[in-house]
Design a protein around this ligand. Sequence first.
Ligand code: SF4
Ligand code: SF4
Length: 95
Amino acid sequence: MGSYGTNHLILTPEYGPRVRFIAILTNMEISHDKPDIEFLSDRCKDCDECVRVCPVGAIGKNGTINKFLCRDYMFESLKGLRCGLCLKACPIDRR
Ligand code: SF4
Ligand code: SF4
C-alpha cells in the first residue's frame, strides 16, 4: 500500500500520508501479493520537510522519532488538540 516515511507514517503513492487505515478481523485465509514497493520511501532521501516543520524536534533525519516529545506537545502545549504538521508538510502527493 505504501512505504514507510521519515515521519513514521505510511506514504502511499496516491495520497502520501493523507490516508486512514481500518482493520477487519477475520479468520478467512487470504493470499497476498509480493510487495512491489520499497519498505522505506526513496522520496525521503532528498527531503526533510517533516523534520524541519516539527515544532519540538521530535523527528530525526536518521529515522528516529521521539514519541514523548510529540505526545507532550499535543497534550500539554496544544491541550489535547492534534498537531499533524509532519503529515501536512509532506510533499508526496500534496494536492
Ligand atoms: S505530530 Fe507534530 S509534534 Fe508530533 S512528530 Fe508530527 S510535527 Fe512533530
Ligand atoms: S516530508 Fe519528506 S522526509 Fe518527511 S516523510 Fe514526507 S517525503 Fe519523507
